[in-house]
Ligand binder design. Structure first.
Ligand code: ADP
Ligand code: MG
Length: 513
């Protein structure tokens, strides 16, 4: 059996793994060793090839080139079953549980035997034992539909442990977890390492990567650009490796003087979809060349606020003015024509049409413009030319403009939407959770673009749960709680503690500054 100086045995050795998709080299000659009893992180931007590499290692994809060795023995993995027979199990980004089955049924399902009464009892005991040993708390008799996302993930982990996996691949497991659930997952990962399991952990969040990893492999454009012990690196080096250039975490320079007021809300109220009060007496103004950040815990009226100031929801009280014009009763189309752009949080639902091509999506809200229409029809050539320019300028990774946007990674989809919304000249730009779920490179890109638009004179309302993002980009920050503005502070002098108190419902006037 293979060993490496100073390390444990090599559980998995990938040598020269290459995997192509039409128009994309997803994995490019990747070498990677996974030791027994290590937590090995694969770090990389969206589209770097992380999931593909793991799908090769679980027999879902056949590599075009390269070899896989398990415990020193070269193997051909033709299916996930062959992988699990060799002790390799994967928790995918999308769970594959049957909602109407119990936890135990899901774990035992697919093992090729039905559950007799005795078998079920035995299985439940084994599940309880595994869940105890690895700190994976979940009720074996609960139905999957009753479980939180965090619990469902535990079931997926139990499922592969039950099948005897010693090599566990977890594809972005923390993306769907709350901070507290993340901590619990890390306890589990450490318990597994303790017992000699080998773990591949995929993530693009640098803080958690630093906290949990023994070694880190960075993939960029399908290539392994470095495997480094976590103890001898830092977030700055890792992010530079990820994106291939220096990343700045700087504060953006604000404009010395802002322009005229673009958007003014005067005591605006609105209801949510269930008819309950969502916004109460909201008043603020945003000027040209200014970013107004809106901070708050999710679900405090942010969505409704964004809709009201883009004409997608009617106010039931108060007045909204846009460049001096009363738009309180205006339609969404009026807002678009007045130069209002909106980047919503839900990138898959509202913002794009998954089955439609990148070209069609990039002119989605502009097909009425003369430049993109020929009579009642879309002027396809103009649209294609435009889409190709967006791909080029925004660095969108895609096989081409005809690709349905459904198959793009999250970061690239976000770029398509931003590119679409941001190449239009606008007076007011409303952006909600613009960088949520994005990797470092895409985040930086989005922030820079917002900053450029500020300097070009747009009024921007930036709604986010990320206080650091708000502090680095905004001129002023408004805090929303239960649909009310608790206060508006200057970002340059704002204190995080004060913002936190307002987010929990204290008015600025009540806080000792
Ligand atoms: N089944 C597929 N068909 C075509 N292209 C794919 C497929 N899976 C992934 N890709 C492409 O391969 C590249 C790597 O994707 P992926 O491995 O999912 O990246 P990551 O997991 O690092 O975000 C991307 O450009 C992606 O669009
Ligand atoms: Mg992936």
């Amino acid at each position: 059996m293979m060993t490496t100086a100073g390390q444990g045995k090599v559980a998995v050795s990938l040598a020269g793994i290459t995997k192509r998709f039409p128009g994309v080299l997803a994995n490019d000659d990747v070498d990677l060793d996974l030791f027994e009893g290590e937590i090995h992180t694969i770090l990389g931007e969206n589209g770097a090839g992380k999931s593909t590499l793991m799908n090769v290692l679980t027999g879902i994809y056949r590599p075009d080139d390269g070899t896989i060795s398990i415990w020193g023995e070269p193997v051909q993995l033709r299916s996930p079953k062959e992988a699990i027979d060799r002790g390799i199990g994967m928790v995918h980004q999308e769970f594959k549980l049957v909602q109407t089955h119990t936890v135990t049924e899901n774990i035992v399902l697919g093992l090729g035997r039905g559950l007799s009464l005795v078998g079920e009892q035995e299985a439940a005991e084994r599940v309880a034992e595994l869940s105890e040993r690895y700190g994976l708390k979940v009720d074996p008799s609960a139905y999957v539909w009753q479980l939180s996302i965090g619990e469902q993930q535990r079931v997926e982990i139990l499922k592969i442990l039950y099948r005897g996996a010693r090599i566990l691949l977890l594809d972005e497991p923390t993306a769907v977890l709350t901070p507290q659930e993340c901590d619990e997952l890390f306890v589990t990962l450490r318990a597994m390492r303790e017992q000699g399991h080998s773990i591949v952990f995929i993530s693009h969040k640098l803080d958690e990567v630093m906290a949990i990893s023994d070694r880190i492999t960075v993939l960029r454009g399908g290539k392994n650009v470095g495997t480094i012990p976590a103890a001898s690196t830092n977030p700055q080096e890792l992010s530079n490796l990820m994106v291939g250039r220096e990343i700045s975490f700087e504060t953006y320079a604000k404009k010395e003087t802002v322009g005229e007021e673009v958007l003014v809300l005067d005591s605006v109220s609105a209801s949510n979809d269930r008819g309950l009060p969502a916004l109460v007496d909201v008043s603020f103004a945003v000027a040209a060349g200014e970013i107004l950040g809106v901070a708050g815990v999710a679900g405090n009226g942010q969505e409704e606020l964004a809709q009201v100031i883009t004409g997608l929801r009617s106010a039931i009280g108060g007045a909204i003015t846009l460049s001096g014009r009363d738009v309180t009763q205006a339609s969404a189309r009026d807002f678009i024509e007045a130069g209002v752009s909106y980047v919503p949080a839900d990138r898959h639902g509202v913002a794009t049409v998954g089955d439609m091509s990148l070209t069609h999506n990039s002119v989605l809200r502009r097909y009425r413009e003369s430049k993109f229409s020929r009579g009642p029809f879309l002027h396809l050539e103009a649209a294609v030319e435009y889409a190709e320019r967006l791909i080029e300028e925004y660095g969108i990774l895609t096989p081409g403009h005809e690709t349905p946007v459904r198959s793009l990674s999250g970061g690239n989809l976000q770029k398509v939407i931003l590119a679409r919304e941001m190449t239009t000249r606008h007076r007011l730009l409303v952006v909600m959770s613009a960088t949520r779920g994005l990797d470092v490179g895409a985040t930086e890109f989005v922030r820079q673009t917002l900053d450029e638009h500020r300097h070009a004179g747009a009024a921007i309302v930036l709604i986010s749960e990320d206080l650091e993002e708000l502090l680095s980009l905004s001129d002023r920050i408004a805090v929303i709680f239960h649909g009310r503005i608790m206060g508006i502070v200057d970002a340059a002098t704002a204190r995080i503690e004060s913002l936190g108190l307002m987010m929990a419902g204290e008015a600025l006037s009540e806080i000792a500054q």
